[in-house]
Design a protein around this ligand. Structure first.
Ligand SMILES: [Zn+2]
Length: 290
């Protein structure tokens, strides 16, 4: 993998050292109608709004979960900014000691700039910051997706991350959804980002039946440990193409330049004719089915 990717992954690879998370401005919380689960054993006859199920890709060969990397390269210049909310199961003491695994300023900036975004959240983070998780999860501007519960790797060699055993992979993903619900996130998306982006056939097979689509990326923001927001912005601007999925982080402790980078990235990409969408829209445009 290229050095920049290694640098990005280093955030994850530190495991117990410097993982990151997202925060939010709870004042901007907006209630959203819960998505009707499907199949529903008792469909409601009420005329209340039913949010459509999010699109997912068809399973791969032998039922392996599908992997999504980017949307169509069409003249409709859509781009999805994604923000990983990393936190391991072992980082509670560091959070208790004052380390900020969230980034309320970044979330506030996205709201101010009206940028739809997808937040790949770990279950552990949702437990640490339940009010913020709920706020993000109930804001129609955002969608919450799954970044595992513990942020352990799903392969044996993933930049030094501790690994989750094969027989616990599925439960680790499910535990994150449980944590989201407990925090008040009503309808987390059926999208899963492997910690470190590391996966293999065994991992895809282990998650068969969960219904998730694995989501990777085609643009590395390089914001992990970056202190120069202009360098992060330039890397994103150089890499984005129509349909791109950009991976960034929202953490004060390990990605301190991200909010400032976003304030450069957003107006520049809009000036170039891009519009910001959530991952679900790109998957839908890629043939994803509801
Ligand atoms: Zn991560």
């Amino acid at each position: 993998m290229i050095p920049l990717v290694r640098r990005l992954i280093a955030v994850c690879a530190l495991g117990g050292a410097a993982l990151t998370a997202c925060g939010s401005d709870i004042a901007a919380e907006a209630p959203r109608a819960p998505r009707t689960a499907a199949p529903s054993p008792s469909p409601s006859p009420s005329p209340s709004v039913t949010v459509p199920r999010p699109p997912t890709l068809a399973p791969g060969p032998a039922g392996l979960i599908p992997v999504f990397k980017n949307g169509p390269r069409t003249p409709d210049k859509a781009v999805a900014l994604t923000f990983d909310a990393d936190m391991t199961a072992a980082q509670g003491p560091r959070a208790a000691a004052g380390e900020h695994f969230d980034n309320p300023e970044l979330i506030a900036a996205l709201r101010e700039l009206q940028v739809p975004a997808t937040v790949f959240m770990t279950g552990r983070w949702a437990e640490q910051y339940p009010v913020q998780a709920r706020s993000i999860g109930r804001d129609p501007l955002f969608e919450v997706a799954n970044h595992s519960y513990s942020h352990y790797a799903f392969t044996g060699d993933c930049y030094g991350l501790p690994t989750v055993s094969e027989d616990r992979m599925r439960s680790d993903v499910e535990r994150a959804y449980t944590a989201f619900r407990a925090a008040g996130v009503p309808d987390a998306m059926p999208y899963f980002r492997f910690p470190g982006g590391c996966y293999d056939q065994r991992a895809l097979r282990a998650l068969t039946g969960t219904g998730v689509t694995a989501v990777q990326w085609d643009v590395v923001g390089g914001d992990a440990f970056a202190t120069d927001p202009d360098a992060v912005a330039q890397q994103v601007l150089d890499g984005v193409r129509p349909g791109s999925v950009v991976v960034l982080h929202c953490t004060r402790s390990a990605a301190p330049a991200t909010e400032r980078a976003v304030r450069t990235i957003v107006p520049e990409l809009r000036a170039r004719g891009f519009r910001f969408v959530k991952v679900s829209e790109l998957i839908g445009a890629s043939g994803g089915r509801r």
